[in-house]
Design a protein around this ligand. Structure first.
Ligand SMILES: O=C(O)CCC(=O)C(=O)O
Ligand SMILES: [Fe+2]
Length: 387
């Protein structure tokens, strides 16, 4: 029987308004031998999606929901281990692999606030620090999933190259060391768990009295926002006295792109290119969201803009009271790759040139950030290798 809509189900999202491209990867073959006609179609759909929106949902991508759910179950089991066991897997400050507990990470450098979420990073497949002994099966399943994401990223990289009229292997060759370890490439798979929102301030273990919103899971200090439409602009947030929060929590990823799976509608918002409004993405079960990152923006001379995104505490009670899981694969080029838009053929249409101009400002910011990030990776590499 059809169920009547409740107030909670009425939320408008990019997905419900058909404002987010959905790209079907069925029958695409394997990363090594992709089916040519499928790659060509995907390439043109990706090119359009990333030029217009910077994001798209990928469906029939070959990573089953079952596998994603198993990984989230493993993460839940890990989070429930006694603190002294978890301690062995804590990620050190300069390390890439390992676990960070709620409060250990900060949202960003300019206006840092603690991330109230559990995160487990895998940057090296077969990393010694995967918890096999306390959790039999964890290591094999998560390593398998990391390989699946790497293969999917490999397929996307080939499609991106074709969409930009580059040789098919152009990006793939520059991402040849994904998951070989952060000395060579800082790509990583991150399992994430955002615990349910706690209403009572005293129960907020990490930041008593200071929990605000976005990436934070305590409700009591939430700004009093109602989701009247699917949008809140930065101006709305300033008017509500939330400027620090809005700016502090927004972020673009410093990678080529991010592949993101979520287990539920849980507050993921994006700012689409040339928009100052946050929009709720919506949840398409089993789909993987691709989010264009800063490196791709620099590489494509801002043809593909890096997309700001954040996770806010959902306003619906039913969503707040559930934890949220996600899995992010951050796809980075090999550390020594130099990123230059001169690699791309230069024949943008007038329309593309217009929208490129509009993005120039955010592009400049991205470029500064990317180059400094790259510099630091290179310096660290040099230090460790004595060259
Ligand atoms: O959990 C999510 O949905 C987003 C995570 C994310 O964007 C990040 O860690 O950079
Ligand atoms: Fe991100």
């Amino acid at each position: 029987m059809l169920k009547a809509k409740t107030g909670e189900e009425k939320m408008d999202t990019l997905l419900s308004k058909s404002q987010i491209p959905i790209i079907d990867l069925a029958h695409c073959g394997t990363e090594e031998t992709p089916v040519k006609s499928v790659v060509i179609r995907v390439a043109s759909q990706l090119h359009k999606a990333l030029s217009d929106k910077g994001i798209a949902f990928l469906v029939n991508h070959g990573i089953s929901e079952e596998k994603l759910k198993q990984a989230w179950q493993h993460l839940d089991d890990f989070c429930e281990l006694p603190a002294d066991v978890k301690q062995h897997y804590i990620k050190g400050v300069n390390e890439c692999n390992g676990y960070t507990e709620p409060g250990q990470e900060l949202t960003n450098e300019t206006d840092p606030e603690p991330e109230l979420r559990h995160a487990f990073n895998i940057c090296t497949i077969n990393a010694r620090n995967l918890p096999e002994e306390p959790l039999p099966g964890f290591s094999d399943q998560i390593a398998g999933l990391a390989k699946d994401f790497k293969a999917l990223a490999g397929f996307v990289l080939q499609s991106l190259a074709i969409g930009l009229e580059l040789p098919q292997s152009f990006f793939l060759e520059n991402h040849s060391r994904m998951l070989d370890g952060d000395l060579d490439n800082v790509s990583l798979l991150r399992l994430l768990y955002y615990p349910p929102v706690v209403e009572d301030d005293n129960k907020c273990e990490v930041m008593k009295g200071q929990c605000k919103y976005s990436y934070q899971r305590c409700a009591s200090d939430n700004p009093d926002f109602q989701f009247h439409d699917d949008i809140r602009s930065e101006d709305d947030e300033l008017a509500a006295g939330n400027s620090g929060l809005a700016n502090g929590s927004k972020r673009t990823d410093r990678d080529t792109f991010t592949l993101l799976a979520q287990d539920s509608e849980g507050g993921l918002e994006v700012k689409l290119p040339e928009s100052s409004k946050w929009k709720r993405v919506g949840h398409l079960p089993g789909a993987i969201l691709i989010i264009s990152g800063e490196i791709l923006s620099v590489w494509t001379d801002a043809k593909y803009a890096a997309v700001s995104h954040r996770v806010v505490v959902p306003e619906q009670e039913s969503l707040k009271s559930h934890g949220r899981h996600s899995i992010a694969f951050f796809c980075h080029p090999d550390n020594l790759t130099s990123i230059s838009s001169a690699d791309l053929p230069n024949h943008s249409s007038d329309q593309e040139n217009d929208s490129k101009k509009k993005r120039k400002k955010s592009f400049k910011i991205a470029k500064d950030k990317v180059y400094s990030a790259y510099q630091s990776i290179k310096e660290r590499f040099k230090e460790k290798n004595g060259s």
